[in-house]
Design a protein around this ligand. Sequence first.
Ligand code: AOF
Ligand code: ZN
Length: 366
Amino acid sequence: MISKDKKYEKYMKMCLKLAKKADGKTSPNPLVGCVVLDKTGKIIAKGYHKKCGEYHAERNALLSIDKQKAKGGTLIVNLEPCSHYGKTPPCADLIVEYKLAKVVYGLKDPNPKVAGKGLKILKDAGIEVIGPVLENECKNLNEVFLKNIEQNKCFVALKTATTLDGKIATENGDSKWITSDAAREEVQKIRNRYDAILTSSSTVIKDNPSMTCRMKNGKNPVRVVIDTNLKTDINSKIYTNDRTKIYLAISDKVKDSDLKGIPTHIEIIKCPIYNNSGIDLEYLLSALYKKGINSVLVEAGGKLNGSFLKLGLVDKIYQFIAPKVLGDKTGINAFEGLDTKKINNSKNFKFTEIVDYNPDILVIYK
Ligand code: AOF
Ligand code: ZN
């Protein structure tokens, strides 16, 4: 016999798939999908949260059907229904109003405004509450939201493209193109998922990248350039190809008189210097978080990647690997500046996904 929870896994997977339709559009809110079954078990409604500020998944699903049809039915949703008056009224109240018999949820909402109160409203109304179902999958989907709510910090992902021996370029900086078209297309989708892309002055100077999202219906992310001593040319593509917001992170030692002529879509964040090297990355992340940047994708060279890693600031890595070897006589490593003497002291991750982008692969780890 399949257990009660197992029975709902396929519907929870549907919720996750629905939720993902709004990938990149809900920040700072979570990705949520919802499926409603009538009392015979037939799917009668689906919904998902489309954009921050708009209706939640449960409301979108329920409002698409007749109250009578939902009576005695089951609602499945990947996040505990909310109990608070925010931008929209509480979903838990609407579920009670629609007289559903069961609610299956994927993950308790850690948002203190909800945190168990949604489930309590349902239980108090006599609704059977089942869950958590596929909790890990639900956590993975909303990893950014969870880090924001639970730690009050910005989620940091890092993207790199390497050879089999972990090099991102040859000694003289030649890196075009390590990976193939298919892999580079995927990068566009990854960019679309994050609030901001963060890079360094060396990458701007060396590659002159646009760092836009070239995906259909994708949004151009906010860009963050770490340029400690203001070395980049203000006419570089990243600053001029559109008017999307740019944060320029510089040392707090730079004089205001050196900032004249910087266009208005570029906002300066002055940061303290860490350990006599670059700017204090933790300071920068927290400044960005205060400005509403809930997640960043670091797309930079080995040095900055290494600094983020060394400080334990990286939550997730997307590493594209091309089946090429450069060898030990040349090359820049994906993560530079780490000096680990013992395997026991290495930075440890867990593989979460491996995707084939023939001829390359994408390895995702946390
Ligand atoms: C969503 N979409 O489908 C669900 C959410 O700012 P508000 O009023 O939209 O409330 C956002 C909070 O509602 C969010 O942080 C989460 O705790 C809860 N559930 N949010 O945006 C949804 N179900
Ligand atoms: Zn809600």
